[in-house]
Design a binder for this molecule. Structure first.
Ligand code: NAD
Ligand code: WQD
Length: 337
């Protein structure tokens, strides 16, 4: 298949690109480097041994998208492009709505004009908000998120559903990712956040490399086995493989389908900290701090729909995630700079 990846230079997009190239698909990447670097593209070529087409463009720019769709016979799109920092989205909500919603609408318009019917969208477990119960199933209500970022995912999902209702040829897979961590086993690509990381694994990695003095563990008085929050961490390479399955599914079905991509296993913050220290034989200074606003005690997926519809299950475990995250960080202490 010829697959257009918006945001393909980013963390999840670059890993997915490698999986798709390895499977023999042709890839076209569109990215504006708002949260990534051109070097990611060199690394993808190096790891895969294959080339691909690249456009530096904004996925929300109708003229640029029109040109890209006109120049390429696209079979399927994977729409990764988006701003993704939950906290930042509370400070600059309009930028989040403009970027994340305009890119979704622009792509759907280009698809309609050029007769492209299949798209896979990067949604998020954040759409579930405070879970009523765990594990989370796709039929649970998804309209209670607490950040503008989360709303852009809920609203994009709704836009896709409405577009499907109006166009019976359209096929949309809404992949709801849980907590992606880890990196490609080569250690050549990985997550490269700007500034001080907000998320747990990049923070841990930067403490381990000595860039940050210690990890703050946000709360140990939650109703969980060790008191720290529980999440469904998923290796980014497993996630990338899920996308390869999702494009096949999109090509064979019609309508909109939301599918969780998680392992189904919940690990606490301290599970991750302890596993990182053990697997990598490294000390990780940390201290217990107060709770972080907006954190839910427990969030993990029921991944059975992905198994049934996509034939996909996560294969990598917590040790792989901790080893590969560290391997990436220690080999690239300055990220892709
Ligand atoms: P990322 O920031 O590493 O990648 C996103 C890429 O999109 C970047 O390369 C950025 O430059 C590009 N981009 C942003 N807006 C663009 C635009 N308008 N036009 C062109 N390119 C644009 O993020 P990621 O972690 O790889 O996430 C990919 C997608 O998955 C995002 O939509 C994100 O919201 C979603 N998601 C991520 C997580 C996570 O924890 N990483 C969890 C759930 C969902
Ligand atoms: C995980 C756990 C923190 C940092 C976020 C988004 C979600 C999705 C995935 C995009 C929590 C604890 C963290 C630290 C800590 N992204 N923690 N010290 O919040 O589960 O999910 O990323 O869609 O929408 O909200 O991930 O990695 O920030 O936190 O103790 O320095 O680690 O309290 O329990 P989160 P996270």
């Amino acid at each position: 298949m010829k697959v257009l990846l918006t945001g393909g230079a980013g963390y999840i997009g670059s890993h997915t690109c490698i999986e798709l190239l390895a499977l023999g698909h042709d890839v076209i990447i569109v990215d504006n480097f708002s949260n990534s670097k051109p070097e990611a593209l060199n690394r993808i070529r190096e790891i895969s041994g294959r080339d691909f087409k690249f456009y530096e463009a904004d996925a929300a720019d109708p003229e640029a998208m029109d040109r890209i769709f006109a120049e390429n016979e696209i079979d399927c799109i994977i729409h990764f492009a988006g701003l993704k920092a939950v906290g930042e989205s509370c400070h600059i909500p309009l930028r989040y709505y403009r970027n994340n919603l305009d890119s979704t609408i622009t792509l759907l318009e280009a698809m309609e004009k050029h007769g492209v019917n299949n798209i896979v969208f990067s949604s998020s477990a954040t759409v579930y908000g405070v879970p009523e119960r765990v594990p989370l199933t796709e039929d649970m209500p998804a309209y209670k998120t607490s950040s503008p970022y989360g709303w852009t995912k809920i609203m994009s999902e709704q836009i896709f559903r409405d577009a499907c209702a109006a166009n019976p040829n359209l096929s949309v897979v809404l992949l709801r990712y849980f907590n992606p961590i880890g990196a490609h086993e080569s250690g050549r690509i990985g997550e490269d956040p700007n500034g001080i990381p907000n998320n747990l694994m990049p923070y841990i990695s930067q403490v381990a490399i000595g860039k940050l003095p210690k990890l703050g563990v946000f709360g140990n008085d939650y109703p969980t086995p060790d008191g720290t929050c529980v999440r469904d961490y998923i290796h980014v390479v497993d996630l990338a493989k899920g996308h390869a399955k999702a494009i096949e599914y999109a090509a064979a079905h019609k309508g909109a389908e939301a599918i969780n991509l998680g392992t189904g296993i919940g690990y606490s913050v301290l599970d991750i900290v302890n596993s990182f220290m053990k697997v990598n034989d490294i000390d990780l200074p940390y201290e217990i701090q107060g709770r972080r606003d907006g954190d839910v005690p427990e969030c993990y997926a029921d991944p059975s729909k992905a198994r049934e519809l996509l034939g996909w299950v996560a294969e990598k475990g917590i040790e792989d995630m901790c080893r590969d995250s560290w391997n990436w960080q220690k080999n690239n202490p300055k990220g892709l700079d």
